[in-house]
Design a protein around this ligand. Structure first.
Ligand code: KIV
Length: 270
């Protein structure tokens, strides 16, 4: 019998909310990191379209492509034994028609073996989420700050601050649940509002910049590992200083090469 853990399903993630167990989520874009996250017990690995910013160096997520997401998702899924892998549908791969969304989300599941997709939007995306779920494609929603709409929102700002905006955000979250999504990301939402949404919904909320009242938390991996020191949003906690660690390792290597200390005799072949 295999001693590999059983892969988590979308139903397990929903059950975690009912059991009062927090959902631990991080992004990953490659096999190396995905293997480490999985071995560390991360429940849900998100192949986020943030890859387009943190790995590809583009200014927003909008230029991420479906082929790019499939490439990264295949690498991640192949390295994971337990975590549920969710793949972001990129901008314009699901907004035009539900039919296109089905074809594109179907490609993600078929070509990567991942178990679910994530898409941004609330009330407007309800029919699309329903179309996907009815065809057997599990969907994670994403409301609040939706980065694919950054130009319409006027920047990466906290959403739902006034009464009207809070009511719209609540309606968006409800629409995502009613359309059949198994969970929803709440991004940059005031903590009291995120806690109210979490109480209202039966599906789990996974927050980023949305306070401790959510059912789970997600962060962008290179940000929480301190690989991007220029990015300092209030919600981010850094758990390592990999920027410093990598710079000093590379400087030590460069010094050794320049001084003729590397490679040593023990690194050579007879
Ligand atoms: O693309 C991404 O990494 C995300 C998270 C920030 C939730 O959507």
């Amino acid at each position: 019998m295999s001693d590999q853990p059983r892969p988590l399903t979308t139903l397990d993630v929903v059950a975690m909310k009912r059991a009062g167990r927090k959902i631990v989520s991080l992004t990953a874009y490659d096999a190396l990191m995905a293997r480490m996250l999985d071995a560390s017990g991360v429940d849900l690995i998100l192949v986020g379209d943030s890859v387009n910013q943190v790995v590809a160096g583009r200014p927003t997520t909008l230029s991420a492509t479906l082929d790019q997401m499939i490439y990264h998702a295949r690498a991640v899924q192949g390295a994971v034994h337990r975590a549920l892998v969710v793949v972001d549908l990129p901008f314009l791969s699901y907004q035009v028609t539900p039919e296109e969304a089905i074809r594109n989300a179907g490609r993600v599941l078929q070509e990567t073996d991942a178990a679910a997709v994530k898409l941004e939007g609330g009330v407007t995306m309800g029919p699309t989420i329903r179309a996907l779920v009815d065809r057997g494609i599990p969907v994670m929603g994403h409301v609040g700050l939706t980065p694919q709409s950054v130009h319409a929102l006027g920047g990466y700002r906290v959403q739902g601050r006034d009464e009207g905006a809070a009511a719209r955000l609540m309606a968006d979250a409800r629409a995502v649940e009613e359309a059949g999504a198994f969970s929803v990301v709440l991004e940059l939402v005031p903590s009291p509002l995120a806690a109210r949404v979490t109480k209202e919904l039966a599906i789990p909320t996974v927050g980023i910049g949305a306070g401790a009242g959510c059912d789970g938390q997600v962060l962008v991996l290179p940000d929480m590992l301190g690989m991007n020191p220029a990015f300092t949003p209030k919600f981010l906690k850094r758990y390592a200083d990999l920027d410093g660690t990598i710079r000093s390792a590379v400087s030590a290597y460069a010094d050794d090469v320049r001084a003729g200390r590397y490679p040593g005799a023990e690194h050579g072949f007879e």
